[in-house]
Design a protein around this ligand. Structure first.
Ligand SMILES: [Zn+2]
Length: 169
C-alpha cells in the first residue's frame, strides 16, 4: 500500500532546527527587543503545524506546481502521497471565507493561499503575491515565500505588511 511516488513530506531533523536560534543566529540581534517575539515562540507549537516532526514543504510545492489543474486529480494524488490529508487544507481553502492570499507555516515559511474555482480547478487566491510582497517578522530567520527568500529587509516592526494594492484582506 506504499505510494508509488515519493511522499509529499519529509522528516525534520528537529535537533538541527532547534539550535538555530541558540547558536546559529546573530547575537548582535538579540539585544533588539523588537525581534524578541521570535525567541519566545516554543518550537513545539508552531501553530501545531510541525507535529510529529514532519515537514510538508514538498506537498506545498506540489500544490503550487499543480495550480490550474483539476482539483479532484490533484487532491487524489496528494492524498496518496501523504501520511494524513489535513496539511493539504492548510493552503487550500474549502470555503470562500477561508481564502487567504498567503499562509504562514511554522515561523517564517509563507506559501500562497489556494482555492478551488467554479470549474473545479486549483487556483491561487492572489497570484500577485510573491517574495517581495511581505517583510520579515524578525532579523534572525530566513523568511521565504513559496520557498524563495523575501526580497525586502526586516524593518523592526512585528507586523506583516499587507500586499500593496491587491485589495486582499
Ligand atoms: Zn527569527
Amino acid at each position: 500500500m506504499f505510494p508509488r511516488k515519493a511522499p509529499l513530506y519529509r522528516k525534520v531533523n528537529t535537533t538541527a532546527h532547534g539550535v538555530h536560534h541558540a547558536k546559529g543566529g546573530n547575537y548582535r540581534d538579540q539585544r533588539n527587543s523588537k525581534a524578541r517575539g521570535c525567541y519566545e515562540q516554543p518550537r513545539e507549537t508552531m501553530h501545531g503545524r510541525r507535529r510529529r516532526g514532519l515537514d510538508y514543504t514538498p506537498l506545498f510545492k506540489f500544490l503550487l506546481a499543480n495550480v490550474g489543474r483539476k482539483w479532484n486529480e490533484v487532491h487524489a494524488e496528494a492524498v496518496s502521497r501523504l501520511d494524513r490529508p489535513d496539511p493539504i487544507f492548510w493552503l487550500v481553502a474549502l470555503h470562500e471565507h477561508q481564502r487567504r492570499p498567503y499562509v504562514l507555516i511554522g515561523e517564517s515559511s509563507y506559501f500562497s493561499g489556494m482555492y478551488v474555482d467554479a470549474d473545479g480547478l486549483l487556483q491561487l487566491v492572489d497570484p500577485s503575491m510573491g517574495p517581495s510582497s511581505l517583510v520579515p517578522l524578525c532579523r534572525c530567520c530566513t523568511h521565504t515565500f513559496n520557498g524563495l527568500p523575501f526580497t525586502r529587509p526586516f524593518t523592526g516592526l512585528r507586523a506583516t505588511v499587507e500586499p500593496g494594492g491587491s485589495g486582499a484582506a
